[in-house]
Design a protein around this ligand. Structure first.
Ligand code: URA
Length: 238
């Protein structure tokens, strides 16, 4: 059984900030099991209690999970003084506790999970978990089989340890090469630094998948949607 305060329940259910919620309570708009309630600290059983606002029954979801196709130019943070954040792109959700699972650089596009479930984030990001992350990249310079081998063996990118073995798949090689890279770690600027270590430059980067979860290619840049039950299962939830 899960008991939570009524004001938190209402905020979690998208009824506004804590102060907006307090106002609705004061105005007598909130009913608990058909009885008007005004106290924000009443405890609610999320499984059995029925809460309504203005006569509309609320459905409570403890956790939210979104897939965002991150555009370039927004930062992977919850707040930023200068730039728009990925959380601010989730405009259909009034919750205050959402955060991105891991970081993509400001100029990187693609798959980013936005949630308020810390356990999911830990499961995907903990160093011991070795979750595969697949990226598509455009590279300035000719990528060859020798580079593939170097990625496999591990690279010195200036950290204490070499990078873990990574898979590099060449799709087109030329003055500008197109590749896919699969890494199991999540070091700062990892893919850019790996290419730098072999004398090349990443000019475009997009994340395509994390573990079994693939970017929904029907999402345009900046668009998002909730994860489906099936996708949550792929991530070990449900
Ligand atoms: N590697 C990078 O260099 N940047 C990212 O955003 C993700 C992986």
């Amino acid at each position: 059984m899960s008991l939570i305060r009524l004001d938190k329940y209402l905020a979690d259910a998208g009824q506004g900030t804590r102060s907006e919620v307090k106002m609705k309570l004061k105005q007598g708009k909130v009913k608990l099991n058909d009885v008007t309630v005004k106290k924000p600290d009443i405890k609610i059983n999320t499984q059995t209690d029925c809460v309504s606002v203005d006569g509309r029954k609320l459905s409570y979801q403890q956790f939210q999970y979104y897939m965002l196709n991150k555009p370039a130019g927004v930062v992977s943070a919850t707040k930023d003084n200068r730039d728009k954040t990925v959380v601010e792109l989730i405009d259909g959700d009034k919750r205050r506790d959402l955060f991105p699972v891991g970081r993509l650089d400001k100029d990187t596009e693609g798959l980013l999970i936005i949630t308020n479930d810390g356990t999911l984030a830990n499961n995907l990001l903990a160093p011991g978990k070795h979750v595969d992350k697949c990226y598509f990249a455009k590279i300035e310079g000719v990528v060859t089989e020798a580079t593939v081998q170097q990625f496999k063996e591990g690279l010195d990118i200036g950290d204490d340890k070499l990078t873990a073995p990574a898979t590099l798949i060449i799709e087109e090689s030329g003055e500008e090469s197109l590749v896919k890279v699969i890494i199991t770690e999540g070091r700062y600027h990892q893919i850019k630094r790996m290419f730098e270590a072999v004398g090349m430059k990443v000019v475009y980067l997009k994340r395509l998948s994390m573990g079994e979860l693939k970017l929904d290619l029907s999402l345009r840049l900046g668009e998002y949607r909730e994860l489906t039950q099936q996708e949550l299962m792929l991530l070990g939830k449900k």
